[in-house]
Write a protein that binds this ligand. Structure first.
Ligand code: URA
Length: 186
């Protein structure tokens, strides 16, 4: 179950990132939610606090979530492809992603979300398709194993390139519309 999975994950030594981490960042939010957000991996603040998306990018993410009636306190869950911070915030190596991905697979198996939103290219390539072109294909829903998957731009990328914020906001509106659509069918 969820608590056992978390307990085991917090003690994980499956890859080298365990040597340099401060905290394992298992995830945050409501494990009964229908919507899951997946980032790339913890940065410095996340490593120190043990929670995903707590820096400036996290603030921006929370605002965008709030604008479509979503919040990490209530109706979504947020996790990452890798649970430990890669040194100097480099991209997680493929071998680190492979070593870590079963934690996420198990989280998804237990949660059974209806929608998964990938934050940024790394998560999109790992979870949706290896040749995902996020600049072209963000905001599009793909169905995989009966889960709807969509990618949007990474909050850190939006901080670097604020002119992309409207495009990302469109993705959040599409997400809201999809959630409403699914709940009408149910
Ligand atoms: N960036 C990510 O991809 N994940 C986090 O948890 C924080 C920053």
């Amino acid at each position: 179950n969820w608590n056992e999975l978390k307990e085991q994950c917090l003690n994980c030594k499956k890859c080298g990132l365990c040597e340099t981490r401060t905290n394992v960042v298992f995830g945050v939010g409501n494990p009964n939610a229908e919507v899951m957000f997946i980032g790339e991996g913890p940065g410095e603040n996340e490593d120190l606090q043990g929670e995903p998306f707590v820096g400036r990018g996290g603030k921006l993410l929370d605002k965008m979530l709030y604008s479509v009636d979503l919040s990490r306190e209530e109706n979504i869950y947020i996790a990452n492809i890798v649970k430990c911070r890669p040194p100097k915030n480099r991209d997680p190596l493929l071998e680190e992603q492979e070593a870590c991905i079963d934690w996420l697979r198990n989280q998804v198996m237990i949660m059974r979300p209806k929608i998964i939103v990938c934050l940024g290219r790394i998560a999109a390539m790992k979870l949706i398709k290896p040749d995902m072109k996020i600049t072209k294909e963000h905001g599009i829903f793909f169905e995989k194993n009966e889960v709807l998957m969509m990618a949007t731009l990474h909050p850190a990328a939006l901080l670097r390139n604020p002119s992309n914020k409207p495009a990302a906001f469109e993705d959040f509106l599409k997400l809201r519309a999809k959630i409403d659509e699914l709940n009408q069918e149910a």
